[in-house]
Design a protein around this ligand. Structure first.
Ligand code: B3K
Ligand code: ZN
Length: 875
């Protein structure tokens, strides 16, 4: 396949300032008439051919300035339309195409989901609707007319503001929309169908009224009320925190059941996976509510960071994505608990971005090369991209950061901008040189920092020896030195940060130590007592850290650090070290042993009422098997990791049985259900305790009672998980699975949880279960949510089941990915990334994994999407 390179960027020869579209919708043969106002760019030679992108298109006719074009004047294939010698510097080009929405199983372009017409154009789906300059630096004003049979599609939506609508002969009707803001084609959207509406309104800070609508399947309107509430809170927050006001008369959201990802920020018409809109306490978990809040906010925030200011080219994807993730993280932190949110973010970053950065699919936050852009909507672009923005704020301070953002909006509104533009505004407002910092965008891989410390009681000096390095990544063997901002504290015996005098060897400002060199010896003077070092507070830099520190110091920090994140981190490091030691003992055929202090500390954290329940829940959650594997790095035997983790969980449960039972009982939630941070935190803590107690004698009965008495989906799903994962095959587990299935068989989103829970059950038997479930009536290989909950979960979140030593998990996986690919290459390619860490496995599994990957490559006519992932994974 073709490789696209950043350095090859060149402005297009032609611009398209305006486009008028007319859609005549029909399930198998939709006609699209697009009239483009085309302008030759200044300095481009007259007669330069105009090359328009297409993808699987059928051309019906083409006209210039209202006259049919002679056949010799253009060349056409399903993938390209070339106007060989355009007649003038400005002309109008009319293109009629025919597309088949019903046959569009790739879910890119115009397709039908449950009888609803909808679109997905990012990144390159618009070219599946009409021939166009389908690139983000072509900004056009859109006017869209939609025509359809009224009975089938009473609702006709597109971007912007409604202009007019009316009846037509033969039971047909039409609606016209106009979006005054020039936008790239990837933000185009159309929805038509028969849907219910939840309506509300919002008055912006300058007093303009905006009509809000969330469209869902009839009868499900009430399930959208949490999403509506989140939308209004997002609109207020963006005004207060970033001074950003909404700019159209309407803001619509549509929920569809077949969607390749979470949601899409089309101007004024966001389209969502229904999973991130529909929720009530009986069908959604607390995690679902939190995701809905975050994704509603994320797509809304794109209106300024993405839509008003878009990307010059797809290499700049993080310009809108990293920044918008940063904004939605800040929103959730303000709406919920900041420290708890930060811990959750870091866990996600480590679970998804670190393995990417440390494996064959590593790429810079701003990549320089791609073959298939859809494969670059990654944790690196999104999550690490957000971390980079966070570091800019850490380095500049909150006020200067806001000034930089204000300048960004002022300077670039209406632009297709670059990462260099973004960095420049912060340099301009602060006068700081960010060129070394910019490496965070340009260099792949997770930097590693090693630190040792020494206290000299006679000179009152505290000395740090710090070294940074960045491991090589594909096509970048030599790494440059980074600017790493490390928030820190020198914690005294009473838990307060100690004041210090002069510092040498590094810039230290506002509690942040700045690394710029390979090795730095940093000396703090004026410390009359030995401090305990708390480093990378709040996870100020997305690095891996080896900090030489005594277990007593970590135990001290876990109980006393003034920074909540670092308290969590200290305990988590103790747990991880214990688990790694346990893993090594398992490999040596010895039983793992754990220090009593660990269990006692867990008990103290659980019982500490001064800590919020959600924090305690996160602290008591053991590192996942994949986290442990990542820390170990190579020679991974998932069965040994599982056994070590299980043993630690049992030992913590055994030591704390009484306290855990008592606390579990106290947390029993009375009163009305609230999906907010407090309510969710209490449930989270109670359900973590359930996980421990389910491991003790009588655990199956205990979990069954939890399941049976649950009054909301969070508790019900937790009970079912405890049964299916810890007591598989017992009458209690079998019964609970059957009851759940019976109760929710007609609710696809809840059935996804039933699939997920079984697909993540540990042990070799999961494979047969998953294979069997692919034939379940509620499963469908064409629906991305079903595929992700069953197959994606099995491959991505079932270490012992997927990585069976006999390699059968990989074989099943290869077959299934190919099955998915026939319909939907994008979803298949995303699934296939589950194999990215195959080289860290022990040799036998590694060999089987390679065989499975190679077997995929042998298939003829592999899609560009899947081929790109598999080839890079094997390289
Ligand atoms: N911008 C979309 C993602 C599009 C993915 C295309 N393969 C959703 C988001 O990040 O907000
Ligand atoms: Zn986004």
């Amino acid at each position: 396949g073709q490789v696209f390179k950043l350095e090859d960027y060149r402005p297009s020869d032609y611009l398209i300032p305006a486009i008028d579209m007319a859609f005549a919708l029909a399930p198998d043969a939709t006609r699209v008439v697009a009239t483009l106002t085309v302008e030759r760019r200044q300095g481009v030679a007259a007669g330069t051919p105009l090359l328009l992108d297409g993808d699987e298109l059928k051309l019906v006719r083409v006209e210039i300035d209202g006259k049919p074009l002679k056949e010799a004047a253009y060349a056409v294939t399903p993938d390209q339309l070339t106007i060989l010698a355009p007649p003038a510097a400005r002309f109008s080009l009319t293109i009629e195409t025919e597309v088949n929405p019903s046959a569009n199983s790739a879910l890119m372009g115009l397709y039908r989901s449950n009888g609803v017409y909808c679109t997905q154009c990012e990144a390159e789906g618009f070219r599946r609707i009409t021939y166009f300059l389908d690139r983000p630096d072509i900004l056009s004003v859109y006017t869209v007319r939609i025509e359809a049979p009224k009975a089938e599609a009473p609702l006709l939506l597109s971007n912007g503001n409604p202009v007019r609508h009316g009846e037509l002969a033969g039971g047909r009707h039409f609606a016209e929309w106009h979006d005054p803001f020039p936008k790239p084609s990837y933000l185009f959207a159309l929805v038509a169908g028969d849907l219910g509406r939840l309506a509300d309104e919002f008055t912006t800070m300058s007093g303009r009224k905006v009509e809000l609508g969330i469209y869902v399947e009839h009868g499900k309107e009430a399930l959208a009320s949490y999403a509506m509430d989140a939308l209004k809170r997002s609109m207020t927050w963006d005004e207060e925190k970033f001074g950003r006001e909404y700019d159209l008369d309407v803001f619509n959201i549509v929920a569809v059941s077949d969607f390749n990802m979470g949601a899409m920020e089309n101007k004024g018409l966001n389209i969502f996976n229904d999973k991130y809109v529909l929720a009530d306490q009986q069908t959604a978990t607390d995690a679902d509510f939190a995701n809905i809040e975050a994704i509603i906010a994320h797509e809304y925030f794109h209106n300024w960071t993405g839509n008003r200011i878009t990307c010059r080219d797809w290499f700049q994807l993080c310009l809108k994505e990293g920044l918008t993730v940063y904004r939605d993280h800040e929103f959730s932190a303000d709406q919920r608990s900041r420290p708890v949110k930060r811990i959750a973010e870091v866990r996600t970053l480590r679970a998804h971005q670190f393995p990417e950065d440390q494996g064959p699919l590593a790429h810079p936050v701003r990549p320089r090369r791609y073959r298939e852009i859809n494969n670059f909507y990654t944790a690196t672009v999104y999550e690490k991209g957000s971390e980079v923005v966070r570091m800019i704020r850490t380095i500049l301070g909150a006020e200067m950061f806001r000034a930089g953002m204000d300048l960004y909006f002022e300077r670039h509104d209406g632009d297709a901008a670059t990462i260099d533009d973004f960095l420049k505004v912060f340099e301009d407002v602060s006068g700081q040189d960010l060129s070394q910092f910019a490496l965070w965008y340009h260099q792949a891989g997770t930097p590693h920092v090693t630190v040792s410390s020494a206290y000299n009681a006679s000179t009152h000096e505290f000395t740090l020896e710090i070294e940074q390095s960045s491991p090589p990544t594909p096509s970048e063997s030599r790494k440059r030195l980074m600017h790493i901002p490390l928030a820190f504290g020198l914690v005294g015996p009473d838990g307060e940060d100690l004041a210090f005098g002069e510092v040498s060897g590094a810039t230290v400002e506002d509690g942040v130590l700045h690394l710029h060199k390979r090795r730095q010896t940093v000396v703090f003077k004026g410390l009359s007592e030995r401090p305990v070092l708390s480093l990378n507070r709040g996870f100020s830099a997305p690095i891996t850290l080896s900090l030489e520190q005594k277990p007593e110091d970590r135990i001290f920090l876990a109980g006393n650090d003034g920074d909540a994140f670092s308290r969590w981190q200290a305990f988590n490091t103790l747990l991880t070290d214990a688990l790694i030691a346990g893993f090594r003992r398992m490999l040596g055929n010895r039983q793992p042993e754990f220090a009593a202090s660990l269990g006692e500390l867990a008990g103290r954290i659980a019982a500490n009422a001064s800590l919020e329940p959600a924090f305690r829940a996160l602290a008591l959650t053991l590192p996942a098997e994949a986290d442990i594997a990542r820390e170990i790095g190579k020679g991974i035997d998932p069965d040994a990791i599982f056994a070590a983790r299980e043993a630690l969980a049992r030992s913590i449960a055994t030591v704390n049985e009484e306290g855990f039972r008592q606390l579990y009982a106290e947390l029993n939630s009375d009163g009305p259900f609230r999906p907010d941070a407090d309510g969710a935190g209490r449930r989270a803590l109670r359900n973590v305790l359930l996980d421990y107690l389910a491991l003790l004698p009588g655990g199956a009965e205990f979990a069954a009672l939890h399941f049976a008495s649950a009054t909301n989906m969070t508790d019900r799903a937790a009970g079912l998980t405890a049964l299916a994962h810890r007591h598989a095959g017992t009458p209690q587990a079998v019964d609970a699975l059957a009851r759940f299935e019976n109760e929710y068989s007609s609710d696809a989103l809840v059935m996804d949880k039933w699939f997920l829970i079984q697909a993540s059950a540990p042990g070799p038997a999961a494979l047969d279960t998953v294979r069997g479930l692919t034939a379940h009536p509620a499963f469908s290989i064409g629906n991305p949510n079903r595929v992700r909950s069953l197959i994606g979960t099995f491959a991505g979140a079932n270490q012992t089941g997927f990585h069976r030593a006999d390699g059968e998990g990989y074989r099943f996986f290869a077959e299934t990915v190919l099955e998915v690919e026939k319909r939907n290459p994008q979803v298949a390619a995303r699934l296939a990334t589950a194999m990215r860490s195959w080289r860290s496995l022990e040799p036998v599994r590694q060999g089987k994994a390679r065989e499975a990957l190679v077997s995929i490559l042998k298939v003829e006519k592999l899609s560009a999407d899947l081929k790109d992932i598999i080839e890079r994974t094997l390289a």
